[in-house]
Ligand binder design. Structure first.
Ligand code: SF4
Length: 337
C-alpha cells in the first residue's frame, strides 16, 4: 500500500497540478474550492472562485454578507443549494467555532453541505491530516486499480471504495497524496482514453492487467430525465426589465426569474406589446430536462402593470448582474437585451 501512495506523491511533485489558485491555502479557501468543484469542472470553477474570494476574503465577511450577495456570485454555477449551505456554514463557524474551521472529521461533517469527501479534502489539503477524498476522479482511479467491476453507484461498491481509500492512505504527506490521486484521475486515468503508459501505478493496476480500463467504472444505465416546459415573459420598459423572485421550493428557490403567464395574469398580459419569440433553450439538470420558451414583450408605462411589488422588481441590465439568477436567465439577458 505504501508503494501506491509513494508513487503518487512522487508523480504529483513533478507532473501533477501545482498552480491551482486554491492550493496551499487556508481551510476557508480549500472549502470554497471543494464545494464549487462538486459537479463542476476546474476550468469553470476558477473564475467563480477568484471572484468569490476577492469579494469574501475571510469567512467573517462571508458570514456577515446577505444570502442575496452570495447567490449573485454563484449565479450560473448551478446546484444553488451549495451556495446556501456555504452561507449557513460560514455563520455557524463564526458563531460556534470563533471563525476557525474545526480540525476533526466529526465536527466538519456536521456542517451544512460538508460531506465526508469535502471533510477529507479540508483535513488533508488544508491541515495536512489524514483525510480521505472520494470525488469522481479518485473513485475512478481506485475502481480501476483494484479492478472493481460491480456498478460504482451501488452501496456495496461505495463501501468497498471507502475501505480501499482508507487502506491506501499514506502515513504522512497527506496533502501531496490527496492532490496527487485527484490529479492522476483528472490527467491520466481519464474517463476515456486513460494514459496508462505514463501512469506511476500501472505496474499493479488490475484493470490494465485485465485490459478492462476503458470498461470500468461501470454505471447502472441512467433513468430517463423528466421533461418540463417553461414559458417565460421577458418584459422590458425603457431600459428596465421585470424580474420575479422565485418561491422557496423547487430547483431555483429564491432566485430571480422572468415572470410566466400564470404569475402575470391575463389583464396584465393584455397591456403588453409582443415583440418576438426568442430561440428555445434546452437546459439539462441532473434529474430534469427543461425546455424553455421565452417571448419578449414591451410596455411603455410600466406602472400600468399590477404586480406584487414585494416579490417583483424592475431592474436595468447592469443592475441585474448583481442578483442571484440561474444560468438560462443570465444568458437570455446577456444575449437578447
Ligand atoms: S494504469 Fe491506467 S487504468 Fe490503471 S490507474 Fe493508471 S491510468 Fe488508470
Amino acid at each position: 500500500m505504501r508503494q501506491f501512495s509513494r508513487k503518487i506523491i512522487d508523480w504529483q511533485k513533478h507532473q501533477g497540478r501545482n498552480n491551482l489558485p486554491w492550493q496551499r491555502k487556508s481551510a476557508y479557501e480549500v472549502w470554497i474550492s471543494e464545494v464549487m468543484l462538486q459537479q463542476t469542472q476546474v476550468t469553470t470553477v476558477i473564475p467563480y472562485y477568484e471572484k468569490f474570494i476577492k469579494t469574501f476574503p475571510e469567512i467573517k465577511i462571508l458570514a456577515q454578507s446577505s444570502e442575496e450577495q452570495v447567490m449573485s456570485l454563484w449565479s450560473g454555477l448551478g446546484y444553488y443549494s451549495r451556495a446556501r449551505n456555504i452561507h449557513r456554514t460560514a455563520k455557524i463557524i463564526l458563531s460556534k467555532f470563533k471563525g476557525e474551521f474545526p480540525k476533526d472529521f466529526k465536527s466538519l461533517v456536521e456542517l451544512p453541505g460538508i460531506g465526508s469527501s469535502t471533510a477529507g479534502a479540508i483535513m488533508s489539503l488544508a491541515f495536512e491530516l489524514p483525510g480521505v477524498i472520494l470525488d469522481g476522479n479518485v473513485k475512478r482511479v481506485i475502481v480501476r486499480f483494484k479492478g472493481i467491476s460491480n456498478p460504482i453507484d451501488s452501496s456495496k461498491t461505495q463501501k468497498e471504495l471507502k475501505s480501499f481509500a482508507e487502506e491506501l492512505l499514506p502515513k504522512n504527506s497527506f496533502r501531496e497524496y490527496s492532490q496527487g490521486i485527484m490529479d492522476l484521475g483528472s490527467m491520466l486515468c481519464r474517463p476515456k482514453n486513460p494514459v496508462c503508459g505514463n501512469c506511476p501505478i500501472s505496474k499493479n493496476c488490475k484493470a490494465l492487467e485485465l485490459g478492462i480500463q476503458e470498461d470500468i467504472p461501470f454505471k447502472k444505465p441512467p433513468k430517463a430525465k423528466k421533461e418540463r416546459e417553461i414559458d417565460w415573459l421577458l418584459i422590458s420598459s425603457k431600459n428596465k426589465i421585470l424580474l420575479k423572485r422565485n418561491g422557496s421550493k423547487g430547483i431555483w428557490k429564491n432566485l430571480w426569474l422572468f415572470p410566466d403567464k400564470d404569475i402575470l395574469g391575463k389583464n396584465n398580459i393584455s397591456l403588453l406589446e409582443k415583440k418576438e419569440a426568442l430561440p428555445k433553450i434546452i437546459h439539462n439538470l441532473s434529474h430534469q430536462k427543461l425546455n424553455i420558451s421565452t417571448v419578449k414583450y414591451k410596455i411603455e408605462n410600466k406602472d400600468r402593470l399590477k404586480i406584487d411589488s414585494s416579490h417583483s422588481v424592475w431592474v436595468s441590465k447592469e443592475d441585474s448582474v448583481k442578483m442571484g439568477m440561474p444560468k438560462p436567465i443570465k444568458e437570455i439577458i446577456a444575449n437578447y437585451l
